[in-house]
Design a protein around this ligand. Structure first.
Ligand SMILES: [Zn+2]
Length: 430
């Protein structure tokens, strides 16, 4: 049910200062460990022999949890593995990861853990200013990927109208959004752009629709300035970036006051940043995000290496929250960092440049060779048929000026590259 104010979902935790927040985290950590270590065989094996005082011991006395470990556990103890705190019949939600690499990870939630998800989504929605009367639409195929399932039910729990838009063509979805006077759209940045492109082709007036906000997730685009601007101008609506993952939960949200970054919900997660190479705490606050969830006790994760690269900034935000902010959102995946002629390059940095060229509708980055010898081919789809030869040179030059290497750029006719509804796969390694 609707609780709290219009600005905060759970004001009693969203308005805590740093000290009070740290105390709350330690209390929740203690309660979570008590329950998990009593019955969860995965974590009993990992942590059983360890002396750890959750009130005062530094967190790094606990080992990391990795995705590879979870995959091994599920392979050894099929089908669901052993990271389960309760008997199987308590679990009522099944999801699996999108399996972009390797076999999918299965993930179960109890009714209580699922409620915890919807509470986190309440924080995300209130952060974006969702209020009574907002109608939220989910143009997303409701398959086993957790995607926007929890968001959908989070909207229902807030008392807002939630419109499912699975199993429809893009054109049908556009009509559905307009006819039902939806005000908030939840999708990936790629799909927000695709909807806008199809609307333009079909003469559908998106800017004149009731949509005032798009909550986007699944890719870095929501905080990439050129991508944001493009979505915002096509829809005449504000973009709010969001971060979450199947294994962890809805972890972060963008508030009304600080565009282009993500607050981590520190009342429900403990965030650390490490140097991905050494595993040690990163002094500058930039590196791989490690998260511990405090409320998903049915299938918890303790010090989980998310593989997401972030730069965390502390301090009270204009929205009144002290939750740390990932400046620029999720900057990329640890695995996606490329070394091109001696330069460290993230695909999101390339996207930030490519999206500035307004005629580019879609792109793909193909990496050939390994490590220091890697080479890049950037294929872009251009809406303007005649400007190909100029466009490739302009993009290559912009990348050379900012990232210090010159990639090959090839311009393709419209419609040549694949489109994505959920996570786009624009990086290809051959
Ligand atoms: Zn804020």
């Amino acid at each position: 049910m609707f609780r709290g104010s219009r600005v905060y979902h759970l004001p009693e935790e969203e308005t805590l200062d740093r000290d009070a927040l740290a105390q709350l985290q330690r209390r929740r950590l203690a309660a979570m460990l008590d329950e998990v270590l009593a019955a969860n065989s995965f974590y009993r094996r990992k942590l059983g022999g360890l002396k750890f005082d959750p009130a005062s011991d530094p967190l790094d006395r606990l080992p990391f949890t990795t995705k590879a470990e979870l995959q091994r556990d599920q392979a050894d103890r099929p089908p669901f593995g052993s990271n389960l705190t309760y008997p199987l019949d308590r679990y009522c939600r099944y999801h699996q990861t999108s399996a972009s690499t390797g076999r999918p990870l299965r993930w179960l939630d109890t009714a209580e853990s699922w409620r915890w998800w919807t509470e986190c989504w309440g924080i995300v929605f209130r952060g974006a200013g969702v209020a009574a009367g907002d109608r939220l639409v989910f143009p997303f195929s409701f398959g086993p990927f957790i995607g926007f399932w929890a968001a959908f039910e989070g909207a229902v729990a807030l008392g807002n109208m939630a419109l499912p838009a699975g199993g429809m063509s893009t054109t049908a979805r556009l009509r559905y959004i307009i006819d039902n006077q939806a005000t908030v759209v939840c999708c990936t940045p790629t799909y927000a752009l695709h909807l806008a492109q199809v609307a333009a082709e079909e003469g559908i007036d998106l800017a004149g629709s009731r949509v005032r906000a798009l909550i986007v997730a699944g890719e870095p685009g929501g905080s990439v300035p050129a991508t944001r601007r493009r979505i915002e101008s096509a829809w005449s609506a504000r973009v709010f970036d969001h971060a979450g993952m199947t294994e962890m939960g809805a972890t972060g949200f963008e508030c009304l006051h600080a565009p282009g970054g993500i607050h981590l919900i520190e009342s429900q997660f403990i965030a650390e940043v490490i140097d991905p190479a050494t595993g040690r705490a990163s002094a500058e606050g930039a590196g791989e995000l490690v998260l511990t969830n405090l409320g998903r006790r049915g299938s918890p994760l303790i010090r989980y290496r998310t593989g997401d690269l972030v730069r965390l900034v502390r301090g009270r935000c204009g929205c009144g929250r002290h939750f740390v902010r990932a400046e620029g959102g999720v900057l990329g995946r640890v695995d996606d960092m490329l070394i091109v002629r001696g330069n460290n390059v993230f695909p999101s940095a390339l996207e930030a440049i490519i999206r500035r060229f307004s005629s580019v509708e879609e792109f793909r980055i193909t990496v050939t060779g390994a490590n220091a010898m890697a080479d890049l081919l950037i294929e872009v789809e251009s809406a303007g048929p005649s400007e190909g030869s100029r466009l490739d040179r302009e993009i290559a030059t912009a990348i050379r000026n900012e990232l210090h290497f010159r990639p090959s750029v090839q311009v393709l006719p419209p419609g040549s590259l694949p489109r994505f509804e959920m996570k786009a796969r624009r990086l290809v390694r051959v």
